[in-house]
Design a binder for this molecule. Structure first.
Ligand code: SF4
Length: 346
């Protein structure tokens, strides 16, 4: 049974005045109209029938920039979630918004409506990347918004994108480090996807934007994941879910979409750790005439076993190719933490 579940409510910000190159909000939310309060109530009720026994359930307002809505509209939606909160049927209210749509008036209203978590769509801390992506805000807005959110005592989340126009491996790492320094409680990492009806698609077709190869997207994301994870930040999501983007098929053009992107990233992280261990082992074995007889057990926490083996066994293949003379066996060890590995020579 899941410990934590989110009931997602998609509120398209149809009047959004911004022009982010990657955004096709209609496709992302797979909705064309903002739901009525009654529809939100019905959606929550419907989800709750499937979530009995889940320890904590949150209602989350996603899809656009929630706090860009008129305060009255925000309050209307939040009041519906509050009904469920006050009845003890949900445990928290969560929303996502832009850094430049945070000020004291907005936060006072969110506090009054018992919102617990605010996620900021930061995307990058590199101002040139933000400019080329036409985000319409700068990193200064992020620092200001994050500080205010912390001051008010909300749980802070930060969303970052990988592979936006103008970004690089170093700007991605920089963004992860800057995000970690703000001490958010949670983070999401999204590789950029080229959707239909976006400026990014035009840029892709004209050749002025080249999507990352999957390999590059995985290695950049893995580095960001490591930075955030080592700072103790809960990484709530890596990559979009198919249901986030698939509405009418054919919406993805090039780019790095993979339905198991998180597994690719976590698989890369543990692959690198095991590789470092095996490399030091291989050094020890230098000069041996018969490495084939060396049996090596590689261990992970049970929850990371499939990451250790890799998506479709890709890590096993990688190690078999790189260490043809080692006889590797893959096993679990409950004493390890998720993400850790251990290597033992038999
Ligand atoms: S990403 Fe958000 S802020 Fe940017 S255009 Fe889309 S809805 Fe508006």
């Amino acid at each position: 049974m899941k410990k934590h579940a989110i009931i997602p409510i998609f509120i398209p910000h149809l009047g959004c005045p911004n022009d982010c190159v990657f955004c096709n909000q209609r496709k992302i939310t797979a909705r064309t109209e903002a739901p009525s309060e009654e529809a939100v109530r019905a959606t929550i009720e419907e989800w709750l029938t499937t979530l009995s026994g889940v320890e904590t359930v949150e209602v989350a307002f996603y899809g656009g920039s929630f706090t860009g809505l008129e305060l009255e509209e925000q309050s209307g939606y939040l009041s519906v979630a509050e009904e469920f909160l006050s009845q003890g049927r949900i445990d928290g209210i969560h929303l996502s918004t832009r850094p430049d749509y945070i000020d004291r008036e907005i936060l006072d209203n969110l506090k009054a409506h018992h919102v617990g978590t605010i996620e900021l769509g930061v995307q990058s801390f590199d101002d040139e990347v933000l400019r080329l992506s036409r985000r319409g805000h700068t990193s200064e807005d992020v620092y200001r918004a994050a500080a205010l959110i912390k001051e008010y005592g909300f749980t802070l989340g930060i969303q970052l994108m990988i592979g936006l126009p103008g970004d690089s491996a170093s700007s991605c790492s920089y963004s992860a480090k800057e995000a970690a320094a703000l001490k958010p409680e949670l983070a999401r990492l999204y590789p950029t996807i080229v959707l239909d009806d976006t400026e990014l698609l035009n840029m892709y077709v004209s050749g002025s934007y080249v999507p990352l190869e999957r390999e590059e997207a995985v290695s950049r994301t893995a580095e960001m994941y490591r930075i955030l994870d080592e700072a103790g930040i809960y990484i709530m999501r890596v990559g979009l879910k198919s249901t986030d983007i698939i509405g009418d098929g054919g919406a993805i053009n090039g780019g790095t979409y993979h339905p198991a992107f998180r597994q690719l990233v976590e698989g890369r992280i543990i692959r690198d750790r095991i590789e470092a261990e095996l490399d030091s082992l291989a050094e020890l074995k230098d000069g041996s005439d018969d490495e084939r007889s060396v049996k090596v057990d590689v261990f992970s926490h049970p929850s990371w076993f499939s990451n250790m083996v890799g998506n479709c066994g890709c890590n096993k293949e990688f190690f078999a190719r790189k260490y043809p003379n080692l006889n590797l066996r893959y096993r679990v060890d409950n004493s390890l933490k998720p993400g850790q590995c251990r290597v033992a020579v038999k």
